[in-house]
Write a protein that binds this ligand. Structure first.
Ligand SMILES: [Zn+2]
Length: 64
């Protein structure tokens, strides 16, 4: 029974359809806002970059 929070994610490159794997940082998955959420913080998603090894296309991944 081994559970890893850092499971690599496979994404299809939109440019060449190759498989791009990106590792998401560990986290609860859901980020809760603090006491009073500000409208500007509403769109604050965490993101990471991944680059396709085949064509060099850069992907931006956003997650909660
Ligand atoms: Zn590609």
């Amino acid at each position: 029974m081994s559970r890893s929070n850092r499971s690599p994610m496979s994404i299809g490159c939109p440019a060449c359809n190759a498989t791009v794997s990106a590792t998401l940082p560990p986290g609860p998955g859901i980020v809760e806002t603090e006491a009073e959420p500000h409208p500007e913080d509403e769109n604050r998603l965490r993101g990471t970059d991944a680059r396709c090894r085949n064509c060099g296309h850069e992907l931006e991944l956003y997650f909660y």
